[in-house]
Design a protein around this ligand. Structure first.
Ligand SMILES: Nc1ncnc2c1ncn2[C@@H]1O[C@H](COP(=O)(O)OP(=O)(O)OP(=O)(O)O)[C@@H](O)[C@H]1O
Length: 234
């Protein structure tokens, strides 16, 4: 479904993603692992058509159509959603307002307000709270809920476990598995090795903008020493 080939992308003179190729098949969870500053966010933003960065060369293809040059809005229209790093919520908008911004509260098809509240009962309890009043875990849930409201086939998740307590990370892992069962594809960018291995089918390791290792997650779980070296985990 998603095919990235020899992608080069960066900021001004600085090339940050340097020849990345990867695939995400339907219903697959693919994790991109890498330490701070290795180019994970740059890769995700390039796929979503967000600038900066600027894509210099290579291709990004979704269902046999090139996404290069399309605006983020058009890419969302092709049912690709993003859960951005830092969540990017609006401090003054309520939970309900975040969720109904793109699709009305009375929508009946696909993901509806009630369905998102069913997945995240905590958000239902907090429906009138504003972005600025939410805990880290609630912000993470809201960012995922907002992405679901575009009825995505692919979700790009940029470090969803960042800043979350272990119990919330596990909760989110469960949600990611539920979404996979519904047939969604997920490209997950993570620094948290254990969280990625807990949900991913396949893993790519990114080092200074290049894929230096790729494997099935099940195989990698047996040889975490490779990852420890690559990711500087001690
Ligand atoms: N807007 C920008 N302008 C210039 N350089 C940038 C910009 N954003 C990121 N970079 C640089 O690109 C490199 C990779 O950053 P990127 O955010 O893609 O890494 P990352 O792997 O996602 O790390 P992190 O987990 O810290 O977000 C870093 O050296 C960073 O300084």
């Amino acid at each position: 479904m998603l095919e990235v080939r020899d992608l080069h992308s960066g900021y001004g003179e600085a090339l940050v993603v340097r020849g990345v190729s990867l695939d995400v098949a339907q219903g697959e969870i693919v994790a991109v692992l890498g330490r701070n500053g290795m180019g994970k966010t740059t890769l995700i933003r390039s796929i979503m058509g967000l600038t900066p960065p600027q894509v210099r060369s290579g291709s990004i293809t979704w269902r046999d159509e090139s996404l290069l040059g399309l605006r983020p809005h058009d890419i969302a229209g092709r049912r690709i959603a993003i859960v951005p790093q830092g969540r990017r919520l609006f401090p003054s908008l309520t939970v309900t307002e975040h969720l109904t911004m793109l699709k009305g509260a009375r929508a009946k098809d696909g993901w509806t307000l009630e369905r998102v509240f069913g997945l995240f009962p905590r958000l239902a309890e907090r429906r009138h709270h504003r972005g600025g009043q939410l805990s880290g875990g609630e912000r993470g849930m809201l960012a995922v809920g907002r992405a679901l409201m575009i009825d995505p086939e692919l979700i790009l998740m940029d470090e969803p476990s960042e800043g979350l307590a272990p119990v919330m990370v596990q909760h989110l892992e469960g949600i990611v598995r539920d979404l996979k069962r519904e047939g969604l594809s997920i490209l997950l960018v993570e620094q948290n090795l254990y969280s990625a291995l807990a949900v991913a089918d396949r893993v790519y390791v990114l080092e200074t903008g290049q894929v230096v290792h790729q494997a099935d997650a099940a195989a990698l779980a047996q040889q975490t020493d490779v990852l420890f070296v690559r990711l500087g985990v001690s």
